[in-house]
Design a protein around this ligand. Structure first.
Ligand code: ZN
Length: 272
């Protein structure tokens, strides 16, 4: 048997779409081969051996058979189920958003083991933490660094001057910060507070434990989310599909917290 036609790997399921009556095309992210798309035959049948193992956000061990046109998932075994996420719509929405980012920023058959480790780590964090926002922001910035799109956060991207402690502008088109003198060069740039810039810098280089210790006021949380999302959408040249659901759930959570009086008690900024 020609071994080169097979490849065995750990993988995280990013998404799938149906193919024909009973099959699915599954998008996996692997450490060594990067993004892999493969057909899972018969997976939608009740008695399928593969079925339960190939749900999005599941960490699996797979055996892939390389085909001339399409690769095929021959075997799949769950290593970490996504149950921790699936029981909770908010965490699931966060996980699907992370999967969409990895899908959007990576290429097929181009291995990048640190991206795999980053995704695996952030999914574990989202499964256990009450406040996934910081882990999500850190993930976005570190993913951008690993795929070569890290924003410039220390010098003005126009005049190259060191950035003074002040409010600046974030330019997606220029790939980083514009100083107050240069902000006019990109009218579509977004104002960025000094605190937001400091957190962007910290999350770009910090480990997860450090990032999780940072306390963010609700308005700073939103500023960071909107700034990074503006940059991500510019790079991807499209809106992110999963953010509409994420935003809807966030509004519902906040409304629920207000009803239960948490906001008045000042808890909401930490528990979201
Ligand atoms: Zn400048």
């Amino acid at each position: 048997m020609d071994q080169s036609r097979f490849f065995k790997s750990e993988a995280i399921v990013l998404k799938y779409f149906p193919l024909g009556e009973a099959d699915r095309v599954v998008t996996l992210y692997t450490p060594g081969e990067g993004k892999v798309r493969a057909v899972a035959r018969g997976v939608r049948k009740v008695k399928s051996r593969l079925g339960g193992h190939l749900e999005p956000l599941t960490r699996v061990r797979v055996l892939i058979v390389k085909g001339k046109s399409l690769d095929v998932v021959s075997q799949a075994e769950t290593l970490t189920s996504n149950i921790a996420l699936r029981g909770d719509p908010w965490r699931t929405a966060c996980g699907l958003y992370l999967a969409e980012l990895v899908d959007g920023f990576t290429s097929e058959n181009l291995g990048n083991p640190p991206v795999y480790q980053l995704l695996r780590q952030v999914l574990e964090t989202v499964g256990r933490t009450d406040d996934p926002d910081r882990a999500l922001r850190r993930f976005e910035l570190q993913l951008l660094r690993l795929v070569g799109y890290a924003p410039e956060l220390h010098h003005c991207v126009e005049c190259l001057a060191d950035l003074a402690p002040a409010s600046h502008s974030f330019s997606a088109a220029a790939g980083g910060i514009l100083c107050p003198s240069c902000r006019g060069s990109d009218p579509l740039g977004r104002s960025l507070s000094l605190n937001a810039l400091k957190v962007l810098r910290l999350f770009s280089s910090s480990d997860l434990q450090t990032a999780e210790r940072v306390r963010l006021a609700p308005e700073l949380t939103l500023e960071l989310e909107h700034t990074i999302r503006y940059y991500l959408c510019y790079l991807l040249e499209r809106e992110l599909k999963s953010t509409a659901f994420l935003d809807l759930l966030r509004r519902e959570r906040e409304a629920g917290e207000r009803r239960s009086g948490k906001s008045e008690a000042g808890v909401s900024s930490r528990s979201r």
